[in-house]
Design a protein. Structure first.
Length: 465
């Protein structure tokens, strides 16, 4: 079987990439070794920047309908409520930043939404396909399945998790550390006798236990820490015992255990994000502590960065060298967010501006061109392009889709047809100030200038001329 892009892994990373490629008309296949989508809640929170990505990918309404905001934390002691804990630093909504608070959706539901969007766009997930090896040549990649069947693609993306078989087959190492030697339990449970208005915390000598009501479901996500060296019992009876031992609830109050897993928090970064025609994305490229909700969000944005570049090379005539910028741009971001995750886990970083991911950008990228001598606004090339309204046009509406967007604010725009570039004209505006701003398909300013002179040369670099 042949395809343009083989995506290994049907988690949020692989599915988001599949959606992005499908809307660009790229022939891509998502393969998953399991017989169904992941069944648990594990990654349950979306940062504001990821909500903007979902807006562009056409799944924001479904994501919002499926979830909700995070509840206030409630600390319990000796069966009594001992005080509230605000989980996130409140940040105001503004015209240029419409989403400022995390949004909760359990991972299993997110994957259902992304899969439905992928299929709506004509894509598919092939289940029961385990990739055990890859080989490359000048023209493409051959993936070898456990069943013996080969799959042939022009490019492949390893989105198959922290124990990535593709990464190991490539011989790419990971450098990292154990963030916490204490094992942790995470499970999805049904519970009687506990309100769903709070995220419940139970401190204890053996470690903290927390029960978070999962928005849009009847479930709670249970997390519990254990002393170093403990063998975590993942059976329903074992989970009921932990709840009974550490809370005021009885074992029988846990009416159902729907999914359970254990892990040791660690932080690790792949030595490379690309090996020839194979790219690493998501947990295959970086493994985070779950604290702060950075892993899944960083992973989705890996897909968002890589998708438009693969589309530009495969269908848009862009030079293959454009794909080199994936590792150039995403590996430093992943390294930075690993530090944030670890800092939140250790209580050194507060959930707020540092975890929103709105301030991340690519100012040092080889794709970034800031040509203005004296910018009039606060925005610089490489920054996230903020929302707003220009002559009645909402900018996020203008950006939505697989195209580039030229904002000509207080300056003229080229008279000729710019093809795949949408043009928005208007007066000087907000953070942009005055100038010409070319916004990439992933919502970052690639090129900024005082006038549109020089635009043609930049467009040629990215295959638009």
């Amino acid at each position: 079987m042949n395809t343009d892009v083989l995506i290994v892994g049907a988690g949020p990373t692989g599915l988001a990439l599949g959606v992005d490629l499908a809307r660009r008309g790229v022939d891509a296949l998502v393969v998953e070794r399991a017989q169904s989508l992941f069944p648990g809640s594990r990654g349950k929170g979306f940062q504001p920047r990821t909500m903007e990505v979902f807006d562009d990918l056409g799944v924001l309404d479904a994501i919002r309908a499926a979830g909700g905001t995070y509840p206030v934390g409630m600390i319990w002691k000796d069966g009594r409520r001992a005080g509230e804990r605000r989980m996130f630093e409140p940040l105001p909504v503004s015209e240029d930043t419409p989403y400022t608070e995390p949004w909760m959706v359990p991972q299993w539901r997110t994957q259902e939404i992304l899969r439905a969007r992928l299929e709506e766009l004509g894509g598919e997930v092939a289940f029961g396909r385990e990739v055990v090896g890859v080989a490359q040549d000048e023209d493409g990649v051959t993936a070898h399945l456990a069943s013996g069947e080969p799959l042939r693609a022009r490019y492949a993306v390893a989105a198959d998790g922290g124990r990535s078989a593709v990464r190991r087959a490539l011989g790419v190492g990971m450098t990292g550390e154990l963030v916490d030697p204490s094992p942790m339990l995470v499970a999805d449970v049904r519970i009687d006798g506990l309100d769903r208005d709070n995220w419940h915390f139970f401190p204890g000598a053996d470690g903290r236990l927390a029960l978070c009501p999962l928005a849009g479901t009847e479930d709670f996500q249970l997390t519990a820490e254990f002393p170093e060296g403990t063998e975590v019992d993942l059976t329903p009876d074992g989970i009921r015992k932990v709840v009974a031992d550490r809370t005021h609830l009885a074992a029988e109050d846990v009416t159902e255990v729907r999914w359970a897993s254990d892990f040791r928090p660690r932080a690790a970064l792949a030595d490379r994000f690309r090996m020839g025609r194979v790219f690493l994305a998501g947990d295959a490229a970086h493994v985070h502590s779950p604290a702060g909700g950075q892993g899944l969000n960083t992973s989705v944005q890996d897909a968002y960065n890589l998708g438009w570049k693969l589309g530009a090379v495969l269908n848009g005539g862009a030079p293959a060298a454009l794909l080199d910028t994936y590792e150039e741009e995403r590996r430093p971001i992943a390294a930075r967010m690993l530090g944030v995750s670890t800092g939140v886990h250790r209580g050194e970083v507060r959930r707020g501006k540092e975890t929103q991911q709105l301030a991340l950008g690519y100012p040092e990228s080889s794709l970034t061109a800031e040509t203005r001598a004296t910018p009039t606004g606060t925005l610089r090339a490489g920054d996230r392009a903020p929302d707003g309204r220009v002559d009645g046009v909402r900018l996020f509406d203008a950006f939505r889709g697989p195209h580039w967007t030229l904002l000509a604010l207080g300056t003229g725009a080229p008279a000729e047809d710019l093809g795949a570039v949408r043009v928005v004209r208007g007066p000087a505006h907000g953070a942009y100030g005055t100038g010409a701003f070319l916004v990439r398909p992933d919502g970052y300013v690639g090129w900024a200038a005082e006038t549109a002179d020089g635009l043609t040369e930049y467009l040629a670099r990215v295959g638009l001329r």
